[in-house]
Design a protein. Structure first.
Length: 275
């Protein structure tokens, strides 16, 4: 897989999305978020992922505007939270996020969680937002195959992206294959297992063999499965380290060994069985 940090994947709606981004979940609002985003952009990242829930949309917007990087070159994602589901409420929530970001438009707007009963109405609102040009792409997060089946059966507009937890210890093969068949780009949050498995001896061994860090191995594994990766960090050295994944490849043997680590480990939310 011949990629660079500037490489982008073309989504089903023809929008181009970077393969690597910075997540800012749990990054405190204010200087911490602004510094993290600024440093990521300096390192070549061009995808920044935030959400209403995170409380740092304003700071993401400030950092992007002050970075000197042209707006058209930065791909910004935010998300609709559970308390804002429903057609009219989703439209209002989008307006608030758009105001806080202050970037003129969004590159990707996601339903953050498949909240019951109202998620269909919310999707209709997202379709309207996309048709208006205020969001270039729309998608979902934490959707299982069952949730996607429901959405595809009820709307002529499919999601361009499904953002879920995805790493070797939660290798969602069925979901990945489903998304490929339906041209839905899978995107991985918590690709580093929130640090819980960075010292796993099998990951450490593969990292040592490739002269890389365990974090770089986990990110590269996702990229070689065709998954967009959004590791989070506030540390400048880690942000830079996480970007150093484009000048090596994992062998088929290493990929198979990492695939075999799956143990249904959810380190964040588990949408399995969500109604």
């Amino acid at each position: 897989m011949d990629l660079t940090i500037a490489s982008r994947v073309t989504l089903s709606d023809s929008v181009e999305m970077p393969w690597l981004g910075l997540g800012v979940w749990q990054t405190p609002a204010g200087r911490a978020t602004r510094d993290s985003v600024r440093h990521a952009l300096e390192c070549g990242y061009r995808l920044i992922d935030t959400a209403t829930l995170y409380g740092n949309e304003t700071d993401v917007g400030v950092a992007v505007r002050e970075s000197g990087v042209p707006r058209k070159d930065v791909f910004v994602t935010t998300k609709l939270w559970n308390s804002d589901h429903g057609f009219d409420r989703a439209l209002r929530a989008f307006e608030e996020s758009d105001r806080r970001l202050g970037l003129g438009y969004m590159d990707l707007y996601l339903i953050h969680w498949p909240a019951p009963r109202l998620r269909g109405e919310s999707w209709e609102a997202l379709v309207k937002i996309k048709e208006s040009g205020r969001a270039r792409s729309i998608g979902v997060s934490n959707y299982t195959v069952e949730h996607l089946d429901e959405l595809l059966a009820s709307s002529p507009v499919p999601p361009s992206v499904n953002q879920v937890e995805f790493h070797p210890f939660l290798y969602q093969r069925e979901l990945l294959e489903y998304c490929r068949r339906h041209r839905i780009q899978l995107e991985a949050y918590s690709p580093l297992t929130r640090g819980h498995r960075l010292r796993d001896p099998r990951v450490v061994e593969i990292a040592a063999k490739n002269r890389r860090t365990p974090a770089q191995v986990l990110i590269r594994w996702g990229l070689q499965h065709g998954v967009v990766e959004i590791p989070k960090s506030q540390a400048k050295e880690r942000i830079r380290e996480n970007a150093g994944v484009f000048d090596f490849s994992l062998s088929p043997k290493d990929m198979a060994a990492l695939d075999a680590l799956t143990q249904d480990l959810h380190t964040a939310w588990d949408p399995t069985g969500a109604p």
